[in-house]
Ligand binder design. Structure first.
Ligand code: TMP
Length: 244
């Protein structure tokens, strides 16, 4: 999978106006491991592609050459076994601050819709809650990394620990450092995301991630077309029903 997928046109139309600033919409996907957010990120990208709406997909950690190097260090590098929670936090923020300035901000300003597979909510939940780091410090560092940039809408794909464990057992790749955490770690993450959705109901939308992929995809599209007039509600790909 290519890390950044942009319809890279400098003449992309600014077809959205958010808070009276002409820029593209910024949509993020969040959730615990194997919740299905990467699948939904790709599904949304495919819709936009078919509708010829210019977009950009990013992932975290990663999304830039610097960020991808940090990702490797965080996830698979043999040196990461002794990594402290503080170091981990700073590395996630370093990757994000590069991604915001190198890719997300310029993309939004050019009118692209930016779809992010994880953003600062991941740090709030994983490092602030599950790792129990000082929450104010985490918030401050989040702000420092992203400046004024806040997602217009965030979809949290919510799956319970049992479903997640079953899905994880079905994958054949080597687990990364985080995936080796005990089940309680993931319970905390799930609870923290649910809490976030309660705290910020205008931005954070909780989606039942145990539903069939098509159903989630259609649900997300319905919410987006209601929220952003630039997305056509009726299109030839309106409701998906795949053979998967
Ligand atoms: P993913 O590519 O499967 O989403 O994996 C990224 C991992 O990194 C996942 O375990 C969540 C974790 N993570 C954090 O702990 N904090 C962060 O700020 C981000 C972006 C990810």
């Amino acid at each position: 999978m290519s890390v950044l997928r942009a319809r890279d046109s400098t003449t992309a139309p600014l077809c959205f106006k958010i808070d009276s600033v002409p820029r593209g919409p910024f949509i993020t996907f969040e959730g615990s491991e194997v919740c299905g957010k990467s699948t939904q990120t790709q599904r949304l990208a495919a819709r936009l592609e078919e509708l010829r709406i210019p977009f950009l997909v990013t992932r975290e950690p990663g999304g830039t050459p610097i960020g991808e190097t940090i990702r490797e260090l965080l996830q698979f590098a043999p040196q990461n076994a002794g990594m402290t929670a503080e170091t981990e936090l700073l590395l996630f923020e370093a990757s994000r601050s590069q991604l915001v300035r190198e890719t997300i901000q310029p993309g939004l300003q050019r009118g692209l819709c930016v779809i992010a597979d994880r953003f600062f909510d991941s740090t709030t939940v994983y490092q602030g809650v599950a790792r129990k780091l000082d929450r104010q410090m985490v918030e401050q560092l989040n702000r420092f990394a992203v400046g004024e940039l806040i997602p217009d809408i965030t979809f949290v794909l919510d799956v319970d620990a049992k479903t997640a464990r079953a899905r994880m057992q079905g994958t054949i790749r080597k687990p990364d450092r985080m995936e080796n955490e005990p089940p309680e770690f993931y319970e905390k993450i799930r609870a923290a995301y649910r809490q976030l959705a309660k705290r910020e109901p205008n931005r954070v939308v909780l989606i039942d991630g145990s539903q069939p992929v098509d159903k989630i995809d259609n649900q997300i599209w319905e919410i987006l077309t209601a929220r952003f007039p630039g997305f056509p509600a009726k299109s030839k790909i309106g409701n998906r029903k795949s053979k998967m």
